[in-house]
Design a protein around this ligand. Structure first.
Ligand code: ACO
Length: 270
């Protein structure tokens, strides 16, 4: 199904969502941001969606914020319009950060500035070696806002983050993987196969445990050890209220049935 600025289809448990303004290198306009929130809403609790992949049509993943529609035209309408546009973009990135389903950024091409927001929101990120990443804000005269500075400081070492933000030099997918901005980079021709392979691994896992795990990884980062220890006990107990049988079945298949080894793969879900 194609809907203007965002395209998506669902195949074998995977929702393939795509920025769909290839002629504008998938830069994010207010229209795209509003549409993306609607699409995320629509897909989040569908039973036929187990994993969401975010990629871009054409040569770009996303060339960041739309300098014309998001900045110039919005600013011309005044502060209210600016704050509204910020809420809409930050809003869907936040929704994606805490999305019910596991998410993978499949970075097929250009990824600039504001694109780092949704990049960070996705739980995993796999890039084409040919993709290009850049904090280009400095090249047109602003600081990397919309969370982009926080993204690089969270993900990559300080010296690399500083160099990246101050020079505005683009790096390729291989370098992005070396810096840990993404999990790994593969040749563009293999990108979809590799992402599908990872998505299939996720589809085999207990979905309640996956949601608890991805939230825990993001939450504990800013906690003391004691707070994290406590949070994790409570998060597991909360997860048990949604699915108290899965983990018991996982133990049963290993200990009693001896049909799988948790060290080597997932238990078979009913
Ligand atoms: N905002 C608005 N329009 C854009 C953007 C953008 N971020 N990126 C591309 N476009 C438009 C171009 O203006 C052009 O429009 P036109 O056909 O009406 O002239 C069209 O998309 C195609 O762009 P080209 O520059 O011709 O594409 P090319 O493949 O040669 O280059 C590249 C791609 C390198 C991504 C280039 O478009 C670019 O530098 N874009 C801006 C990247 C950027 O700095 N984004 C902002 C980051 S900062 C932030 O997000 C807060």
């Amino acid at each position: 199904m194609t809907t203007d600025t965002v395209a998506f289809d669902v195949v074998d448990g995977i929702a393939w969502v795509r920025f769909n303004r290839p002629e504008k290198r998938n830069c994010m306009s207010p229209t795209l941001n509003r549409r993306m929130m609607e699409v995320l809403d629509e897909l989040e609790f569908r039973d036929d969606v187990g994993v969401l992949v975010l990629s871009g049509e054409g040569t770009a993943w996303s060339a960041g914020m739309d300098l014309k529609e998001y900045f110039r035209e919005t600013e011309a309408k005044g502060l209210g319009a600016t704050r509204q546009a910020q809420r809409e973009s930050y809003g869907w990135w936040r929704r994606l950060r805490w999305y019910q389903k596991p998410t993978i950024a499949m970075v097929n091409g250009w990824c600039f500035g504001g694109g780092y927001g949704p990049l960070y929101s996705c739980d995993l990120a796999i890039a084409a070696e040919e993709a290009k990443f850049g904090l280009s804000e400095i090249n047109w005269g602003i600081l990397p806002g919309g969370g982009a500075t926080k993204v690089v400081v969270d993900l990559i070492p300080m010296r690399d983050a500083m160099y990246h933000a101050m020079t505005g030099e683009a790096i390729d997918g291989k370098k992005a993987a070396e810096w840990r901005l993404v999990n790994e980079a593969v040749p563009l021709a293999q990108l979809k196969d590799r992402v599908t392979e990872i998505a299939k691994v996720l589809l085999e896992k207990n979905p309640v445990a996956l949601k608890a795990t991805k939230d825990a990884v993001r939450r504990v980062k800013e906690m003391t050890y004691d707070n994290a220890e406590d949070y994790l006990v409570r998060a597991q107990e909360a997860a048990n209220s949604y699915d108290n049988d899965g983990r018991k079945e996982g133990i049963r298949q290993f200990i009693d049935e001896k049909s799988y080894k948790p060290g080597l793969g997932a238990y078979k879900r009913g």
